[in-house]
Design a protein around this ligand. Sequence first.
Ligand SMILES: [Zn+2]
Ligand SMILES: [Zn+2]
Ligand SMILES: [Zn+2]
Length: 161
Amino acid sequence: MRSMSRVLSSDKAEAAMPETVEEVLSLVRSQGGRVTTSRRLLLQALFDASGHRNAEELAQAVQRRAPDVHMSTIYRNLDELEQLGIIVHAHLGHGPATYHLAAGAHGHLVCEECGAMVEAPDELFASLSRTARSRFGFDIDPHHFAVLGHCEACRHQHGHR
Ligand SMILES: [Zn+2]
Ligand SMILES: [Zn+2]
Ligand SMILES: [Zn+2]
């Protein structure tokens, strides 16, 4: 179970998407993090996949290049990189959490039937955000969990809605 105690800060920088893994690594250093071989490989794997890889998939990518890196090291690195604000996790359904670079974080719409996923820009949640804030004083986090439903193809196929 991943940590649910993540601090939600509103000043989560709208940083520009890093274009190379070196930029990601210098971000780690600027946040006071160390760049170890396993971290470098982990961030490389995440960068190459541009998100949506779970811990096990990331571990496989790392272990292809460094077979001696343990799963526990992967989990520890994921936690620490998340605490540094370099990466974030998202839950797209019942399976394990997937990871993104924090700079590229976004919401998700996931089809409950076929698993199709749409990356949802923040503007999609803007009016929900405003209403939740004004009526309930509640600050929504549209990135952490996906919004589930039915994709266009499945709706047509089954004729619902
Ligand atoms: Zn979570
Ligand atoms: Zn579908
Ligand atoms: Zn995503």
